[in-house]
Design a protein around this ligand. Structure first.
Ligand code: APR
Ligand code: PHB
Length: 403
């Protein structure tokens, strides 16, 4: 065991949650250390979703890490829903006055790492937290093993568990102190990145007899495409030709299908579909944020937005604690976050149910899906409800107030 360190907030994980929390704390003059198992290249290259809600984009800009997003991100004013051959556009700008920005999650991660590195602040890659000591007393301790196998400790007033679904922080909480809510969907998404110009200016979410398809993008030359697939899908069964043929079949429409340019596929992966919530998101000096506390299915791209909403609330609570000694906001953290998290679970479950093929569906269930689509096409209230959640519910500190 060598060297010990002391900080105000020890942060486990350099995903969007951990990095944004560190950034917000620094802006408030609070000291933190970020510890990340993986190396920088891995974290910066990890492909995830790419839709930034209105409020998330404003927050990134407000705190000086939104400049490249504004320059390179694509502002989207709506999405297309497609059932069979029928298309319907949901016009976010007209319905809510707001837009979203299409910008890859790993680009946000790169921007946050660059900001922290520029400021010369501590961010330890290839350093794995092997134990959390949360025993009574006025501090908590992290045991960290670096790339060379050396163990160090970090003592902190608080620990932020931003270590994703599989990290050690939630596992350090006695099971009797938390309730876990979980739902696993009976399908997954096969996702690709391809050197293809986007089929359409906006995202297309397609519900088709063959399964769901989503055509998204990363830039004017790179498409991000997802196809509903089996949970245990073997990528070897999906050569490039099959992916393009399946996409054409699921988009069905002569218009869009004709626009598909079969560029080089340079990334392929399978995204599982799961919903998960841990309640409460706190145990003594440990606070969970992001995927360590909750997972949403990717339909609607809410994962990173939720993670950023958590850490904004957590940063404010730490700020208030260190400025005044009052733990009132910290005590409310979990309750405040969970209100937003459950509303987002509701929306992600709704979008997933609206758009996918379920093996258990009867002809009755399919008719109800189509009726929902028809309702969205014909009712402004229905379309506005979808749009309001898609562009992002407002950030609010007050768990009781929505807008
Ligand atoms: N020690 C240090 N770091 C760890 C440890 C550990 N023992 N265990 C996990 N980590 C790191 C992981 O390597 C990962 O980089 O924690 C980080 C968690 O980052 P994310 O998985 O990106 O989670 P989060 O920051 O909450 O971001 C949520 O990411 O998974 C997507 O859909 C999700 O978009 C959402 C966003
Ligand atoms: C993406 O571009 O990766 C994306 C877009 C919309 C979603 C999910 C993922 O709903």
């Amino acid at each position: 065991m060598i060297a010990a360190a002391r900080t105000q907030v020890a942060i486990i994980g350099a995903g969007p949650a951990g990095l944004m929390l560190a950034h917000l704390l620094h802006e408030s003059g609070i000291d933190s250390v970020v510890v990340e198992t993986r190396d920088r290249a891995y974290v910066e290259g990890r492909v995830r979703a790419g839709v930034i809600e209105h409020h998330t984009a404003s927050l990134l800009e407000e705190f000086g890490v939104g400049e490249r997003m504004r320059r390179e991100g694509l502002v989207h004013r709506g999405i297309e829903l497609q059932f069979g051959q029928e298309r319907h556009r949901i016009d976010f700008e007209e319905l809510t006055g707001r837009t979203v920005t299409v910008y890859g999650q790993q680009e946000v991660v790169k921007d946050l790492i660059a900001a922290r590195t520029r400021a010369g602040l501590e961010l330890r890659f290839e350093s794995e937290v092997v134990a959390l000591e949360l025993g009574a007393g006025d501090r908590a301790i992290l045991r960290v093993r670096d790339a060379g196998g050396r163990e160090t400790t970090i003592a902190a007033d608080f620990i932020a568990g931003c270590d994703g679904f599989h990290g050690p922080s939630r596992a350090a909480i006695p099971p009797s102190a938390i309730t876990l809510y979980e739902h696993v969907f009976p399908f997954a998404w096969l996702g690709i990145l391809a050197e293809s110009p986007p089929v359409s200016d906006e995202l297309i979410y397609a519900n088709n007899e063959r399964g769901f398809a989503l055509v998204s993008m990363r830039s004017r030359t790179v498409s991000r495409i997802y196809l509903q697939c089996r949970n245990d899908e073997d990528l070897a069964r999906w050569p490039d030709d099959r992916i393009w043929a399946e996409l054409r079949a699921r988009l069905q429409s002569d218009g869009a299908a004709d626009e598909i340019v079969e560029g080089r596929i340079f990334q392929k992966g399978v995204t599982p579909m799961r919903s998960f919530v841990c309640d409460p998101m706190r145990y003594g000096r440990l606070f969970l944020a992001g995927d360590s506390a909750h997972i949403v299915p990717p339909t609607g791209a809410k994962g990173m937005n939720l993670a950023i909403a958590d850490v904004r609330i957590l940063a404010r609570a730490f700020e208030s604690y260190f400025a005044t000694g009052s733990s009132e906001r910290l005590d409310r953290y979990s309750q405040t976050c969970l209100k937003r998290i459950w509303k987002t679970q509701r929306f992600s479950t709704y979008m997933t149910g609206l758009l996918h093929r379920f093996e258990t569906h009867t002809p009755f269930d399919r008719r109800v899906q189509y009726a929902e689509f028809d309702y969205l096409r014909t009712s402004r209230a229905a379309a506005a409800s979808l749009a309001e959640s898609y562009v992002g519910l407002p950030f609010t500190e007050d768990a009781r107030v929505l807008a």
